[in-house]
Design a binder for this molecule. Structure first.
Ligand SMILES: Nc1nc2c(ncn2[C@@H]2O[C@H](COP(=O)(O)OP(=O)(O)OP(=O)(O)O)[C@@H](O)[C@H]2O)c(=O)[nH]1
Length: 311
């Protein structure tokens, strides 16, 4: 066996000496209290600080969450990116920021599932913990779901980007919006119509945001599955992780049989959301990464069923 090489061992200063060499200094004299009850509490100073603030809190908080679904897998761990806030009055200097992550940790310790019921409880409890009249939570996460080849039945994992925003107000109650962005295939109707053969086609991204009705019952419907189906079922074709040649033939011909402009996509998805009982208001956006341009094609529609006057 080869002799293990030993590098010339230059004797380095020890770690404490290295820190000193790079500027660390000894602790100075301690004159201020370190006992919490005796410490200054600037955040809770009450004066006229000129403006009420709409939102004060923390953002870009990454944390593991559990996600339930009607699709496979029924439960998964994902990475939630959170934003938490509440309003504060002008008489208050600041919020108590440690309480946001304090509560997130408490929920995590009992298995934090990002479902609507739990997130509503969390947001109300947060307002109470902050002693504020309102609180708002947004959590965004990748949601994975099994997708099988249309002919081979070979399974793989696709994902869509999901997001839930819960606003709680002591007087107004809850406002919950759910969003999903899903990838699809679109094939251009004009390109198909004018060409002797072929048609340009590309990946499209359909983003849907819905305001959930107050009576939405997630025991009866998985909003993620419903929005995914609204995007994919109206596309030229669905996207798959595993496609054998028989699968590829099917999705290629299906795309050609179902040409869609971006305008067609948002209108067709809007029709499905219009018929979705728990979607009170919605916005649909489609962005196509056009395969014949350096730019994207976009379209969007916003609709409020409570002002049902445009149909
Ligand atoms: N309001 C506010 N807090 C900040 C800011 N920057 C840092 N902090 C936070 O102040 C926190 C400590 O304040 P509090 O959460 O009120 O801590 P505390 O008073 O010991 O805790 P409570 O007893 O729950 O009020 C730290 O976690 C910091 O993150 C800021 O710009 N505004």
């Amino acid at each position: 066996m080869d002799k293990i090489k030993t590098f010339p061992k230059k004797q380095l200063p020890n770690k404490a000496q290295r820190h000193k060499l790079f500027g660390s200094v000894e602790p100075g004299p301690k004159t201020k209290p370190s006992e919490k009850s005796k410490m200054a509490d600037l955040q809770n100073t009450r004066k006229d600080f000129l403006f009420d603030l709409d939102a004060v809190g923390i953002a870009n908080v990454k944390h593991p969450i559990s996600v339930k679904s009607n699709l496979i897998p029924a439960t998964q761990t994902s990475i939630g990116t959170f934003q938490f806030s509440s309003s504060i009055e002008k008489a208050s200097k600041g919020t108590n920021m440690s309480r946001f992550t304090e509560q997130l940790t408490l929920y995590h310790e009992t298995g934090f599932t990002a479902d609507i019921k739990t997130l509503k409880e969390f947001t109300k409890e947060l307002a109470d913990r902050l002693k504020q009249k309102d609180a708002k939570l947004t959590v965004s996460f990748p949601w994975f779901f099994e997708r099988r080849g249309p002919q081979s039945g070979l399974a793989g994992m696709n994902h869509a980007d999901a997001s839930i925003t819960v606003s709680y107000d002591q007087l107004k109650g809850y406002n919950v919006t759910a969003s999903l962005s899903a990838l699809i295939t679109t094939l251009c109707p004009c390109s198909k119509e004018i060409s002797e053969y072929s048609a340009h086609n590309q990946r499209g991204n359909v983003s849907m945001e819905i305001k959930l009705t107050d009576d939405f019952d997630e025991e009866k419907a998985d909003w993620k599955e419903s929005l995914l189906e609204a995007a994919e079922s109206n596309a030229s074709a669905r996207i798959h992780p595993v496609l054998k040649r028989p699968d590829e033939k099917m999705v290629t011909e299906q795309a050609y049989e179902n040409p869609r402009f971006v305008e067609d996509m948002v209108r067709l998805v809007a029709a499905d959301l219009y018929e979705m009982p728990f979607a009170e208001k919605f916005k649909v956006t489609c962005r196509n990464e056009e395969s014949i341009h350096m730019h994207d094609a976009i379209a969007s529609v916003t609709y409020d069923k409570t002002n049902d006057n445009t149909l």
